[in-house]
Write a protein that binds this ligand. Structure first.
Ligand SMILES: [Fe+2]
Length: 178
């Protein structure tokens, strides 16, 4: 289960388990937990992956991905791999990820390996969500957010997309979004 950190009146509160799930649900953030052990361990741990290996990592989750596609209209998915060995422009990407932005569609990520932190502003709260293997999170469309890796600088995540271009980051906030 993801861990949620939220600041209220200058006090930082950490939520996990059912409290974290309740908080995310209350704030319109969909969360699911999928069993990553369905995917080959050696592939999950490998720094760099061929396209074939990426497909093999995704394959055990196709029924779950198809369910989400049916329920929420996702038209495509891929596997993103971020680490020093696999990602030549990692520093540049991280700078962009850390700039607050929003998208016109949900940002859906299922974490297969590694970890990362989404920070969202929604319903008057700013909160961070630490996602680790097994966590699926959906940042709602038009929700201002940013993403960072942890000091481990490693994540493998399946991404789902609702449109061809909806994933593009919009850095400028224009009026009330949600
Ligand atoms: Fe984003």
């Amino acid at each position: 289960m993801a861990t949620v950190s939220v600041q209220h009146a200058g006090i930082q509160e950490s939520l996990d388990g059912s409290a974290a799930l309740a908080f995310l649900t209350d704030h319109g953030v969909r969360y699911e937990y999928w069993d990553v052990s369905l995917a080959d361990r050696a592939l999950r741990d490998r720094a760099t992956l061929t396209d074939e290996e990426k497909s093999a990592l995704i394959a055990p989750f196709m029924s779950s991905l198809n369910r989400l596609a049916h329920d929420y209209g996702y038209i495509s998915h891929d596997l993103i791999v971020l680490n020093r060995e696999a990602t030549a422009n990692l520093d540049e990407l991280l700078v962009n990820f850390q700039r607050e932005h929003h998208h016109l569609e949900d940002e859906v990520r299922f974490i297969l390996a590694g970890e990362g932190v989404f920070t969202l502003t929604r319903d008057g709260d700013t909160f961070s969500v630490l996602v680790t293997p097994g966590d699926l999170i959906s940042v709602p469309a038009k929700t201002r957010h940013w993403f960072t890796l942890t000091h481990r600088l490693n994540v493998k995540a399946i991404r789902l997309f609702q449109t061809e271009g909806g994933w593009q980051a919009i850095y400028q906030a224009e009026g009330p979004l949600t």
